[in-house]
Design a protein around this ligand. Structure first.
Ligand SMILES: Nc1nc2c(ncn2[C@@H]2O[C@H](COP(=O)(O)OP(=O)(O)OP(=O)(O)O)[C@@H](O)[C@H]2O)c(=O)[nH]1
Ligand SMILES: [Mg+2]
Length: 318
């Protein structure tokens, strides 16, 4: 009698796994495709296979230091005779990659805090996927009672874009005309959230270059406005990073963190990028929790980040 629901759960889980695997296909292909061809015909596994793995890690944006650390460990194990064949190499790589991501595997839990709403402030440079991520988060947190704040008052089309997500996910959007003060919009939205007893307020902000001081100052002002509304309100400051950004991701995290104190990361566009390795570089550099990953443009193309399924999807056999 209980078999049916469990089957359904298993099927749903398998579906999630398949989609993660599918979405990470480009990075996976770069990391593992044809590795067996490469060692084909060699009797003894030698350092050459690790040189090939090293090149692939670098091309996937894992970063120089992180790649070095991984390869040094694999080399030591190879020399001790612990890695007899390619599956052993891949398994050792897998274990080490999961270990590297363990410190940033920290899902975002929204408790029914004393001071509602829990605020999620979404920041990042232009075009990384902030507003799209907010649409996905609106669906993800829907049952807790969500309000969206159209805090990007800079671009004329921005409010319409977030209204679209509000309609699609069935959550209210608080907006003001283009050119309004972003901090005032957030303040309004906090009051509206209180009035509705919403559990989660998700605030959009305009994309900004991380090296433009006045724009970063505006963000600090938004952050202060939340504290003024109620110092007990908890704020998750989510920095959105486009997986295809490359080495620039590191300076984006550094600058935003210095300006507003980032508490979590979202890595978007992992579906379109061959550079999912950026997750490892950021984990090593900052150890900031990676809360979610974006795997497409639709409302349910978002996953809470978890180290083990992520690495498994990167290294799965095709
Ligand atoms: N493939 C893919 N596309 C995405 C993802 N997230 C966002 N996009 C696309 O990226 C483009 C920019 O997304 P937005 O959400 O408007 O980005 P933004 O950071 O709000 O941009 P600005 O407000 O202009 O700074 C859109 O075409 C989105 O559909 C993702 O995870 N995968
Ligand atoms: Mg936007």
């Amino acid at each position: 009698m209980s078999a049916q629901p469990r089957k359904q759960t298993e099927a749903a889980e398998a579906g999630l796994w398949d989609r993660l695997r599918l979405a990470l296909g480009k990075t996976r292909a770069g990391l593992t495709a044809g590795l067996d061809d490469f060692i084909h015909g060699r009797k003894v596994l030698d350092g050459a296979v690790l040189e090939e793995v090293e090149t692939r890690l670098l091309l996937a944006d894992v970063g120089v230091d992180t790649t070095r650390a991984i390869i040094d460990r694999l080399t030591a194990r190879l020399q001790r005779g612990e890695l007899a064949d390619l599956p052993a190499v891949v398994n050792a790589l897998r274990a080490h990659m999961i270990e590297l991501l363990a410190p940033v595997d920290a899902p975002l839990f929204v408790f029914s805090a004393a001071a509602r709403p829990f605020v999620i402030l979404v920041v990042g440079v232009n075009g990384v996927g902030k507003t799209t991520t907010i649409g996905k988060l609106a669906r993800y947190f829907h049952d807790q009672g969500v309000v969206l704040a159209a805090g990007d008052t800079f671009r004329a089309a921005a409010a319409e874009q977030i209204q679209h997500w509000g309609r699609q996910t069935g959550v209210p959007v608080i907006a003001q005309p283009t050119g309004a003060d972003a901090a005032a919009v957030i303040f309004d939205a906090l009051a509206a959230s209180r009035a509705r007893d919403a559990g989660v307020l998700i605030a959009d902000t305009a994309g900004r270059l991380h090296n433009k001081r006045n724009l970063m100052e505006e963000l600090r002002k938004v952050r202060r406005a939340i504290g003024k509304f109620d110092p007990l309100v908890e704020v998750e400051t989510l920095l959105v990073i486009d997986a295809g950004t490359g080495g620039n991701a590191v300076s984006q995290v550094r600058e935003f963190h210095a300006a507003v104190g980032v508490t979590g990361l979202v890595i978007t566009k992992l579906d379109g990028s061959a550079r999912g390795g950026v997750v490892f570089a950021l984990a090593r550099e900052f150890a900031l929790p990676i809360r979610f990953i974006g795997l497409g443009e639709k409302a349910d193309d978002l996953r809470p980040f978890a180290a083990e399924p992520f690495v498994n999807a990167l290294l799965a056999e095709d």
